[in-house]
Design a binder for this molecule. Sequence first.
Ligand code: HEM
Ligand SMILES: [Cu+2]
Length: 847
Amino acid sequence: MTNTTEKQAALPNSLPRPPGEKEELLRIWETPSGWRWITAVNNTVVGLLYLGAAFAFFVLAGLLALVMRTQLAIPENDLVSQDLYNQIFTVHGTTMMFLFAVPAMEALGVLLLPQMLAARDLPFPRLSAFAVWAYIIGGGVFFSTVFYGLAPKGGWFMYPPLTLTEYSPGDNADFWLLGIGFIEISAIAGAIEIIVGILRTRPPGMSLDKLPIFGWSMLVFAGMIVVAFPAVILATMYLEIERSFGWPFFTAAQGGDPLLWQHLFWFFGHPEVYIIFLPAAGLVSMIVPTMARRPLIGYRLIVVALIATGFFSFGLWVHHMFATGIPSLSMAFFSAASMTVAVPSGIQIFSWIATIAAAKDRFRLTTPGLFVLGMLFIFTIGGLTGIMVAMVPFDWQAHDTYFIVAHLHYVLVGGMVFPLFATFYYWAPMLSTRMLSERLGKWCFWLIFIGFNVAFMPMHISGLLGMPRRIWTYSEASGWGPYNLISTLGAYLIGAGVLVFIVDLIRNFRVGQGGQLNPWQAGTLEWLSADLYSTRSIPQVSSREPLWTQPDLSEEVDSGQHYLPNAPTGARETLVTSVIEAKPQYVIQMPGNGWAHVLAAVFTAACFLLLTIKVVAPALVCGVLAILCGLAWVWELDKGPGKGPVDIGAGIELPVYVSGPIGHGWWAMVILMVVAGSLYLSYLFSYLYLWTVAPKVWPSDAGGLPDLKWPALSALLFTAGAAFFAVARRTLPAPGHPHLGTPLLVLLGALSSILAVYLAVGCHWQAGLRPTVSSYGAMVYTDGILTGQLVFTVLIMSLFVIARHFTGKLDRVRCATLENTALLVYYTAAQALVGLVVIHGFPRMIL
Ligand code: HEM
Ligand SMILES: [Cu+2]
């Protein structure tokens, strides 16, 4: 590989470029027309669809908010029944948090990142397409439950015991559990794409310290999703299993504890607020410098603040539980910690203010600029009331009153909705042939801004006057009437503002790349002229605002003078660069449009939904079909070396196939292991937590415990399974010389893992333990489920690898498939061994 100085010397490439290059790119990246566009696999198309769907959910949940506000406008109103009101606030909260806020941010990542990184696409475009379809189908079904009385009523955090079958019979709660579990999975899929994309597909020269702040914020965002979401997935699993099969995770009489739900939920739910806020802050950090026409003040400090926020926010979940009677020392600790997390947010706010104050000429009060200022105002108020509720005595006073409703909307709307509207107005010209209207934009801003404060400011007062949240009506005598009437009027003003935006969108937005180029004179790469293949060539970057410091860049990139001006393999491809310094490493060949991922999403959704209404056999059929579609999809992923090294310009030749830790597939697998690891840690936490709550349901003499020889044998088999795979990798044949050794070892590896799980679980059954009797039994068998899932995946992947072998697609060079399977096997063995030690060791230790 060439070194950097040579590279720079060779750029820009000499002209003219061979004719037809641009036409070929256009052809390769074309989006299918008509109804076939649903097969599109391109982050620009998919990202727009994603964003549109998220915005639609915002509007729908907003309409529900208007219904609630109308109901509360006057005392003793009976527009909606209490039961319906409960459904409405649950669906409003759940939709806003899960179907709007997080997906909107992921959508922006999928849409903006490839352009900001001038990457042809992020590395797993089909994964994002799958995530989007899964989300649209799952979300749509979940939302529609409110129309036929099937919506859950437990509030967006669904606390048991209220959500257990005794108190929430029927399928309502199951819709929440399966719907949300499903959407979390799609969020994780998106997060993997974003992490690998940011770390590996930056343009040459964009070292990590030149990454646009939005990239940093998305990196922290996606990292937090990967760590936090598994906890809630596990919690929803517990609750669904308890509801369907009666395993007592949350029922106190059998050693469960409803607080377990709260711990797991808030371990996710608190970071969730920052998961929503951080990318929004990243967006603001991109808009402010442009409107101030100068680089952001304190870039490095902001990066540190972003990482610190991500890190600290995990320590804070307990502050949602101050009113649950936890020990006061831990309350003091979490109270202090809750306040510290305000510091990094403060750093960012000061940096924006400093940049605005130091603006060249004047800060431009365009619509995006106004929304940023509105955000500063509203979010700061929300932060201040947040510090108030972080104080334990005040929290006891305000807990579950409208003060909290006001606080949470100031934080969420200020921290996320305002930046989002700024984003719409700011980035629309990147995608549209026509800018949004500045005149309508100002109307939109003022209506939303004034409406918001009119709606939510009075809630602080009604809250302090004692109005509890989640009540569907109240008496005249309470004195809350006037405040509620004002709130409701404000809510309608917000609605009017959103309507103005939609009108603006319809009047002025035309999809199609290549509107007015860089209308705000911004400095980052997304403002290069771009098409569906992103930029014509991938630029060599030398600063944080390349368009400000490299005046000829736009023209050079457009005429193909930078990297990869053509399509050397004749298919979709992008450049992979090194993690820190962004040196070119290889060229990925990427998938084109197709049906497999769409069908996989449809069948996965169908499987989950059929399970919800307990139609088991068709659900299983859909599950199998989903797996088959998934296999068809990955079958063509590993395209193999095919072509030798290709020329990407500037005298650099790069391979088109790699395996091992340099490959992007390897990275995705490692992140997936972090997801699994986080899930398992949440499980271990639950195990120990339930033991501290109900030690008496744990074995008190060795009688009920299986003989130690079984777990020992199981451990041996897990280790053997891993060893078989390690050897299998060594026996890979040279290309064109297959032999049966490799598939045989793979099969043995999978089989011994299966036998290992069978022994690990079966021995408890033999010893008489049943999962429905006590939380101890439930925990033991849950370990079996978690490891069993992994082993099931290992089995499917092993069969896949074997099929690859027999079709001549597996050898010493083309080995990424086997490598990824082996990684999963090693992880599975490690998790299983930890599980065996805990499940069989811990009860003996405490005997
Ligand atoms: C912009 C206009 C909005 C209005 C007028 C509005 C109004 C309301 C109202 C009236 C409630 C019910 C309070 C209660 O009865 O306890 C509520 C709850 C809630 N809202 Fe909003 N909201 C808006 C936007 C948002 C946004 C953007 C988010 C999140 C991103 C959000 C998240 C929530 C949550 C999490 C709850 C709690 C639901 C629960 O208690 O289960 N809201 N909202
Ligand atoms: Cu919190």
